[in-house]
Design a protein around this ligand. Structure first.
Ligand code: NAP
Length: 317
């Protein structure tokens, strides 16, 4: 029988915290963890700012702990991708009246649920140039809050021209000796106030009309080849670290037409954790482009599970 009270889609800190809470509430949640399970922390090495781990913990180890904790209380984890959902609850022959349950597919297999929590996260956008992947975690990062601390007194570049790039650059000046923003155009798209702060900061300089062509190093990142797209001038710049801040892409393709999404594809929450579909809740980076922290996602996962439990108690289960 493929029916469950609660299906959770996603297995980052939001989805797995929802699973821990829902499992302890004896809802026996089914979690679709995805083929690449664990969310963004699987791409990180040391996590030093997750409360409770005063010596730090490796990202993948932390996520394995989340999974073990969810399973301990009866959460079921499937390492499969959800490929399609139907949240309409309308069935032919019911006169258009809403009928339970929600429908979720993994390939050709259909699962049904009384309630769904969506926690599919957002994926970092990378430059996708040769050598970028090789140095990820060895000098290349996409999260200043996570990794800035490791670059005390170092020279860094930040790639991007939006608010994220501004915020990351400003944050990195707490640690780095020098931050150079590398931006592909001759103006930023960030908000005026953030641009003003960046341009006022003596530790930050900007290379306009410039793109990164390649990263170099051995065990660690050592330099980047930069090209001015207007003059075609090429420069190999020695650097200790590179932060890629060119945006995130929410993982919401399968919810298009089912849930309200904003212009960038993020799920638009209704109040704290609800969506426009009653009985479908949302948590984590898939609805949050601002904080994007494991601990904030986990907090939202907890909230979504508590709201889902309440919803099911109100005779929706
Ligand atoms: P964004 O606004 O989409 O900016 C992405 C930046 O990266 C753009 O400057 C873009 O260049 C550049 N870029 C994109 N693809 C690139 C590529 N392949 N190579 C080189 N450069 C590339 O993304 P974001 O900065 O992450 O912000 C997302 C949303 O979150 C925005 O609405 C933002 O206001 C918001 N946000 C707000 C705050 C805050 O209020 N404190 C902080 C962070 C984010 P072009 O300009 O040439 O397109």
């Amino acid at each position: 029988m493929n029916h469950h009270k609660l299906i959770i889609i996603g297995s980052g800190p939001a989805g797995l915290t929802a699973a821990i809470y829902a499992a302890r509430a004896e809802l026996k949640p089914l979690v679709f963890a995805g083929l690449t399970y664990g969310g963004q922390l699987m791409l990180t090495t040391e996590v030093e700012n997750y409360p409770g781990f005063h010596k730090g913990i490796l990202g993948p180890e932390l996520m394995q702990n989340f999974i073990t904790q969810a399973e301990r209380f009866g959460g079921e984890i499937k390492y499969e991708d959800v490929t399609k959902v139907d949240f309409s609850r309308l069935r032919q022959g019911f006169g258009g009246q809403a009928q339970k349950p929600f429908r979720v597919w993994s390939g050709n297999t259909e699962y049904t649920a009384d309630c769904v929590i969506v926690a599919t996260g957002a994926s970092t956008m990378w430059l996708n140039i040769p050598s970028e992947e090789k140095f990820r975690g060895k000098g290349i990062s996409s999260c200043a809050t996570c990794d800035g601390f490791f670059f005390k007194g170092k020279e860094l570049i930040v790639v991007g021209g939006g608010d994220s790039a501004m915020e990351e650059s400003l944050y990195l000046t707490k640690f780095a000796s020098k931050v150079t923003i590398v931006h592909r155009r001759n103006e930023f798209r960030a908000s005026k106030i953030m641009i003003a702060r960046v341009l006022d900061n003596p530790k930050i300089s900007v290379m306009w009309d410039t793109v990164v062509e390649e990263f170099f190093g051995d065990e660690k990142l050592k330099s980047a080849r930069l090209k001015n797209v207007k003059t075609n001038e090429v420069l190999e710049k020695p650097i200790d670290g590179a932060f890629i801040a060119i945006g995130h892409k929410p993982n919401t393709e399968i919810f298009s037409g089912q849930l309200n999404l904003d212009a960038k594809g993020y799920i638009v929450p209704v109040g704290d954790t609800k969506t426009n579909v009653e009985g479908v809740f949302v948590a984590g980076d898939v609805r949050d482009f601002r904080y994007r922290q494991a601990v904030t996602a986990a907090g939202m996962g907890c909230m979504a599970a508590m709201d889902a439990e309440k919803y099911l108690e109100m005779d929706h289960g």
